[in-house]
Design a protein around this ligand. Structure first.
Ligand code: PMP
Length: 366
């Protein structure tokens, strides 16, 4: 048995892969693979409409929000967001964009947005940590929000650092959230946000698809220089068909949405995700060998970074884990140590197998 703890691209539900395999050569009697279909044909149009509708249901997306299927990933959105919103309150030259910096992905978003407008970092979690590391979210009361920001940007789950928001901050500006690594893992109230975006390759499907959920009044403000394929209004007006969308990735995402519905929806997955995360964090917290350094109230349920107190055991740990079929546990190079990503498609048994292995490894090396 193999369990894949990759941060992304990541594990997908086996049922989804099996269904895709069985439909690979002939989708529903069409005589074609989804990959071969015209994106404007009736068959693919039905796949797209279904995927959009199911995502709308799963997240209870209100009718005044559009769901867009784009390309470019969340890194492209780092530029696309300011290109679409910097002019919201008038000219882009004077625009202020508020960002809260809670990890490596926030850092990237901030750097990119600064090419398009004045970025104001309202809070930076590194200031809380003597070693300048990301391990907490600064208390909301300390955030220095601008009076006239076009938006407030958050990365609500920091995939590399393992820091997740458990609250929605108060903001008079629309909140733009990078939810790449925890979308559909917990119940959210979409109306709390102006824009939600994320790459698909964690909880949704294959890489190559980017999801943007945007409130209607935030459409139509793009900078004149914004590429048409990334102008949210153009994409929305063309129902994500302005350019050829990533058709196969949308098809797989659609199968994942159906799978989530069969599991009982996002609330049911959230329950399972809470149980999985509790199992792993509780074990780590009671161990003498392993430690997690993130403040308890903002530990990510999806990405669990941990360290071996004796780092000389790292290579041995990874190779012994691999022998047991526990894959992709090496931490991101900027953080070091280990990281277990336990997305929706990781079953509870996978986390249990990891904990069993970690326990045995600790016993062998205490
Ligand atoms: N933001 C977050 C939170 C991420 O986890 C990632 C990918 N790991 C990105 C942005 C970048 O996504 P992409 O490489 O798809 O552009």
């Amino acid at each position: 048995m193999i369990y894949n703890f990759s941060a992304g691209p990541a594990v997908l539900p086996k049922e989804v892969l099996q269904q895709a395999a069985s439909e690979m050569l002939d989708w529903h009697g069409s005589g074609m693979s989804v990959m071969e279909m015209s994106h404007r044909g009736a068959e693919f149009m039905s796949i797209l409409a279904d995927a959009q509708q199911n995502l709308r249901e799963l997240l209870a997306v209100p009718s005044n929000y559009k769901i867009l299927f784009l390309q470019g990933g969340a890194i492209a959105e780092n530029a696309i967001v300011p290109m679409n919103l910097a002019r919201l309150n008038g000219s882009s030259e004077s625009a202020v964009l508020d960002y809260v910096c809670t990890g490596s992905w926030s850092v990237k978003s901030i750097k990119e947005a600064a090419k398009y407008a004045n970025v104001h970092v309202a809070a930076d979690a590194r200031s809380l940590n003597p070693a300048g590391k990301f391990n907490a979210i600064p208390d909301e009361s300390t955030w220095k929000l601008s009076a006239n920001a076009a938006y407030l940007h958050l990365c609500t789950n920091e995939t590399i650092d393992g820091v997740e928001y458990n609250f929605v901050p108060k903001s008079s500006a629309p909140i733009v959230a990078d939810m790449s690594s925890h979308i559909l893992s917990r119940v959210i109230n979409v109306a709390d946000y102006g824009v939600i975006y994320g790459g698909a390759q964690k909880n949704i499907g294959p890489a190559g698809l980017t999801i943007v959920i945007v409130r209607d009044d935030l459409l139509g403000h793009a900078l004149p220089s914004c590429p048409s394929a990334f102008n949210w209004k153009t994409v929305a007006d063309n129902d994500s068909m302005y350019n050829t969308p990533p058709t196969y990735a949308i098809y797989i995402a659609g199968l994942v949405f159906q799978w989530i519905k069969r599991q009982g929806g996002v609330a049911a997955l959230e329950k399972n995700n809470i149980a999985k995360a509790a199992l792993l964090y509780d074990f780590i917290d009671h161990s003498k060998l392993y430690e997690n350094r993130i403040a308890k109230e903002c530990r990510s349920r999806m990405n669990v970074p941990f360290f071996l107190r004796d780092e000389s055991l790292n290579a041995q740990f990874l190779s012994a884990a691999k022998e047991r079929g526990l894959l992709q546990l090496k931490g991101h190079s900027s953080v070091g140590g280990m990281r277990a990503s336990i997305y929706n498609a990781m079953p509870y048994e996978g986390v249990q197998a990891l904990v069993n292995f970690m326990q045995e490894f600790e016993q062998r090396h205490h």
